[in-house]
Design a protein around this ligand. Structure first.
Ligand code: NAD
Length: 326
């Protein structure tokens, strides 16, 4: 057991967070992370309507009695959702934690806070973390440039972002982007975070509800096998390199790109198909540089046990010796 401000905030045993993963962070994975002592965030927009989302929350409650949260992403999307309806479901279903991401959650803070829900805002810069604290967020998750999905447009890595954020805000911080093992956890705490969030690492687990080809691809690819697409649209996404990604980069290299030009490749619905049929060339799979550190497909329990053991070993064997005074 490792007690930090994050374990206290969420009422969990281990300072390890599974952040929102579009299409993947459903009841199976979220409950497995919770049962392993961390906290998982179910991605609300994975569900086509608020009632399907409500059913998934209830399913998750059958699978775990431990705390879990909901991710609500405000990025540009081809199918704009009715956000207040999704928030209402969270309120009605007694969700205690919401991870907001993609844009300033201020327009929704009053509704969320009216139910006394704790808000963890995922952001990619120090200025956004400061803003999140100012508008009443309870914690921030800071995403370094290594991260899968949307790492922002500033290209600053976790090694720099986390200590800068630590100095800039008082609320608890979760380190996100590049974190995947026990050494990562020790590093995150050393940099000033109160816990770490993992995305790609949780996709390569037994409980992640995706085709085995997806999991095996994360194991076999290296840290150099991600690419940044949609830079020209100022909606950069870090993804696993494949044929669809080459197509998007080719279109973007010609200049004056519009979202309509790349939709056939980047559409979330195409990506969703890929996750279930395992055709690795047809869609976009968000993946972080941490894939270089992923070598197996364990259960969430095995993964979190191992992370805690490794972190403890690093602290005991490396740091305790460093500070022996002769
Ligand atoms: P989608 O099919 O709506 O869009 C596909 C991609 O195109 C996404 O990356 C989206 O941000 C981008 N996009 C859409 N319209 C755009 C525009 N006008 N300008 C620039 N970029 C645009 O995406 P989806 O897979 O159905 O996901 C729905 C939303 O959830 C998207 O905003 C997506 O970015 C976001 N998302 C969330 C998570 C998460 O972990 N919560 C992960 C991945 C994506």
């Amino acid at each position: 057991m490792l007690k930090t401000r994050i374990t206290e905030l969420f009422g969990i045993e281990r300072p390890i967070i599974q952040g929102g993963l579009m299409w993947i962070a459903r009841a199976e994975l979220v409950s497995a992370v919770a049962n392993a002592g961390g906290i998982g965030f179910m991605t609300a927009l994975t569900f086509q309507n608020p009632e399907d989302f409500r059913a998934e929350i209830r399913k998750c409650r059958h699978l775990t009695h431990r705390p879990f949260g909901v991710n609500l992403t405000f990025l540009p999307t081809l199918r704009p959702p009715d956000y207040p309806s999704y928030i209402n479901v969270c309120i009605e279903e007694g969700i205690r934690f919401i991870e907001t991401a993609g844009r300033n959650p201020e327009p929704y803070m009053e509704q969320i806070k009216s139910a006394d829900i704790c808000v963890l805002h995922k952001c990619t810069s120090v200025r956004h973390a400061i803003k999140a604290e100012a508008i009443g967020c309870d914690a921030v998750s800071i995403d370094g440039f290594e991260a899968a999905g949307h790492p922002g447009e500033d290209d600053v890595t976790s090694l720099i972002l986390i200590p800068l954020t630590r100095d800039a805000v008082k609320i608890p911080i979760i380190a996100s982007g590049g974190f995947s093992n026990g050494r990562s956890l020790v590093a995150a705490l050393g940099l000033g975070a109160d816990g770490m969030s993992m995305g790609s690492r949780f996709v390569a687990t037994l409980e992640a509800p995706v085709h085995d080809n997806i999991k095996r691809a994360l194991v076999s690819h290296k840290e150099t096998d991600t690419r940044l697409i949609m830079r020209t649209l100022r909606n950069t996404e870090r993804v696993l390199h494949n044929a669809a990604v080459d197509k998007v980069l080719d279109i973007e290299s010609k200049g004056n790109t519009k979202i309509d030009d790349v939709i056939p490749y980047v559409s979330g619905l195409v990506g969703k198909e890929m996750l279930s049929n395992g055709d690795m060339e047809k869609g976009i799979l968000a993946a972080g540089q941490s894939i270089g550190l992923i070598n197996d497909i364990p259960s969430c329990k095995t993964l979190l046990d191992r992370i805690m053991d490794e972190a403890e070993t690093v602290i005991r064997e490396k740091f305790s010796q460093l500070f022996i005074v002769s």
